[in-house]
Design a protein around this ligand. Structure first.
Ligand SMILES: O=C(O)[C@@H](O)C(=O)COP(=O)(O)O
Ligand code: ZN
Length: 214
């Protein structure tokens, strides 16, 4: 590996570990739940399975090559296929974040959600950062069928809510994926706070006038 590639990969390793520590410190992930990945020049770095995102060792992150084969570091997250589908379906994706953040996970367990838009566009920032949020039918974590289930949706949405599980979001960078999943969590909290209170989400026209930066 040439030194430029190596220093880029080293920076990506640091960014992944720093983000994990920040998410953990703020209670957005607990125990060993959640997983992160970032694109590097010759593949991806992913969090290993069964580790706390609060204590990631940059040197032990899992490395997958361009074909999705595990080529270095500890055994990758059981959701590696899910991450790979997001990267393959979204050509501009540079990072993916999956969490069991409390409010989004709570919404993912609710009955009677609209599967095409399970959290309405309550605020402009949600509409800009997250967009329309579909609900993916329940599959056990790590089940390859989950990757199949998101395949078509991922081409149209960078943020998905996995039923009875939690959100997964891709972004052009790791940091933009994190910003979007944090906004999703805050809006899931609003959605639950507003239950039973007459609420006016943004109209389609209001949403269409917004900038959709990722
Ligand atoms: O919910 C699960 O089991 C996974 O989706 C998860 O969040 C943690 O699994 P690993 O990344 O394999 O530790
Ligand atoms: Zn999970």
């Amino acid at each position: 590996m040439n030194p430029i590639t190596k220093s880029h990969e080293s920076r990506q390793r640091e960014r992944l570990a720093t983000l994990g520590a920040s998410l953990f410190a703020r209670g957005l992930t607990t125990g060993t739940s959640g997983n992160l990945s970032v694109r590097v020049s010759d593949g991806w770095l992913m969090t290993p399975t069964n580790v706390s995102l609060g204590a990631l060792d940059p040197e032990r992150l899992s490395k997958l090559d361009d074909n999705g084969r595990h080529v270095g570091g500890d055994r990758p997250t059981k959701e590696s296929l899910l991450h790979l589908v997001l990267y393959r379906q979204r050509g501009d994706a540079g990072g993916v974040v999956h969490l069991h953040s409390t409010y989004a996970a709570a919404v993912s367990c609710m009955d009677g959600l609209d599967p095409a838009e399970c959290v309405p566009p309550l605020t402009a920032y949600f509409a800009m950062r997250v967009g329309r949020l579909p609900l993916v039918p329940y599959h056990r974590p790590g089940d390859p069928a989950l990757a199949t289930a998101i395949h078509d949706l991922a081409a149209r949405h960078h943020a998905l809510l996995l039923a009875n599980h939690g959100p997964i979001v891709s972004g052009t960078t790791l940091e933009s994926a994190a910003a979007a999943i944090e906004e999703l969590e805050e809006t899931a909290k609003l959605f639950l706070l507003l239950r039973g209170i007459p609420t006016r989400p943004l109209s389609d026209q209001e949403v269409s006038q917004l900038d959709r930066g990722r």
